[in-house]
Design a protein around this ligand. Structure first.
Ligand code: MN
Ligand code: MG
Length: 455
């Protein structure tokens, strides 16, 4: 077992040393190819296919690598949404429920070693998620989820992965990597209609405090926590959504992969937390090597463990983290991986066939600029569509005479998604991709009966 705080005393004999490299993705959100299906434009500066080029390059430098995903991988583009359910009038070769999920297929091809679940993995329901993750040739882990019945026990609560690590001398020794995965307990609210009665979700820090020592006791040489959570309060609070800072204080965690807030660490926006020790140069928070690999495949998280082999066991000399961008500059981008592109071509073309489908025309441009300030024609269109769909659903029933109010939120408004993250549809023909641009989330329309007083 590794004892990072122990200093090497002269009587300990160093036999060998090795570099072990953890590569981590997070919040890829089904951006496999560098393609924007909403604007119908390729060559975007992100995507798993560009990451694949980087992953393969790093693997040529050392054989001692592990590739993991930290969640929010399976949902987020029309490619993920259309591969979930075929549209009603589609060609017979459109993916159906039994078809291999193209995202899992890409992860299998890339040789992922393990993955955790993000909050968006639950958007399409538990049956869908169990089917998708069941196609993975690598284990999924979900440490703070507890199913209410045994048949829903689908993911491991913790993992021990054994890998042979080659040292500088050429000698090889087994390394046991303990892995946890944490998701914000808010999923119980956000996807209540899918999860109610099926799973419970406990606090991320409580579970980590309990399971990190358990992994150590079970023989983990390194403990890595896949935490689908970002930087928030410094102290642990009940039900905390962004718990990365309190997690970094839990003893025994050697590597912490974070995400969820779509930020970058180290090297992103400066992280300011007065009581927190932040080392941007080494990628450490409160002494724990920590990484956050951006959004939609913008960065690969890398944690490097400098291992010593002495007295027939592993010792951790140091751990450092970096977030490597696939597009450090506009003109300087890693090329997409040709093998992954070829593999994804059928799913890509099936998605294009859907997103380019004509759905009508608009006589006025529809955009989301300044939509945070109030009335906006694009949102009015979405509100009208929701109202009509609900009216049709209650037609002829006891609720048919109730007035319908339709609530919409401005979604694409810059911010986290960057300065290009706006809807901007010119007047003219409308394709399905424009509809998806106006409303990018595969949400479920819900009608609630309320009194005027409740409203
Ligand atoms: Mn996300
Ligand atoms: Mg998330």
């Amino acid at each position: 077992m590794i004892a990072p705080s122990e200093t090497l005393t002269p009587d300990k004999e160093v036999q060998d040393c090795a570099l072990f490299r953890l590569m981590a993705t997070s919040d890829v959100h089904a951006n496999l190819l560098p393609y924007d299906y909403f604007t119908d434009q390729g060559d975007q500066p992100y995507g798993l296919s560009r990451l694949a080029t980087l992953i393969k390059r790093l693997r040529t430098e050392t054989a001692n690598t592990l590739l993991v995903d930290n969640g929010d991988m399976l949902q987020g583009t029309p490619l993920s949404d259309f591969s979930r359910t075929p549209a009603p009038d589609t060609a017979p070769d459109t993916p159906s429920e039994d078809t291999l999920n193209p995202i899992i297929d890409a992860m299998n091809a890339l040789g992922y070693d393990a993955a955790g679940l993000g909050n968006h993995e639950f958007n399409f329901g538990l049956d869908w998620l169990q089917r998708a993750t069941g196609q993975a040739r690598f284990p999924y882990v979900a440490s703070n989820l507890t199913p209410t019945c045994e048949e829903d026990r689908f993911w491991a609560s913790r993992l021990l992965l054994r890998r042979d690590v080659t040292c500088a001398s050429g000698a090889t020794y087994p390394l046991t990597i303990g892995l946890l995965s944490l998701v914000p307990p808010q999923i119980l609210t956000w996807d209540r209609h899918h999860l109610d009665g099926h799973v419970t979700c406990t606090d991320m820090t409580d579970i980590a405090e309990r399971l990190v020592p358990a992994l150590r006791a079970e023989g983990a040489d390194l403990v890595i926590v896949l935490a689908h959570t970002g930087f928030g309060p410094e102290a642990s609070l009940p039900g905390l959504e962004n718990a990365a800072l309190p997690l970094s204080r839990i003893p025994g965690i050697d590597g912490l992969v974070t995400g969820h807030i779509h930020d970058v660490f180290p090297g992103g926006k400066a992280l300011a937390a007065p009581g927190t020790e932040i080392n941007e140069a080494q990628g450490r928070i409160n002494g724990t090597a920590t990484v956050m690999p951006g959004f939609r495949g913008s960065h690969l998280g890398v944690i490097e463990f400098d291992l010593l082999r002495c007295d027939d066991r592993w010792r951790l000399r140091a751990a450092t983290a970096r977030a490597l961008p696939v597009a450090p500059h506009l003109a300087d981008r890693l090329p997409p991986d040709p093998a992954l592109d070829a593999r994804l071509a059928p799913a890509h073309h099936a998605t294009l066939a859907q997103t380019r489908r004509s759905i009508g025309t608009t006589t006025a441009p529809l955009h989301s600029y300044l939509s945070l300030l109030g009335h906006n024609p694009a949102e009015r269109l979405v509100a009208g569509a929701q109202r009509r769909a609900l009216a049709r659903a209650v037609e002829g029933g006891p609720l048919a005479d109730l007035p319908i109010l339709s609530s919409v939120a401005p979604f694409k408004t810059g911010g986290r998604g960057g300065p290009g993250y706006f809807t901007d549809i010119p007047a003219g023909p409308l394709a399905l991709r424009h509809g998806a641009d106006l409303y990018a989330f595969p949400n479920t329309l819900i009608g609630a009966v309320v009194t005027g007083r409740e409203l």
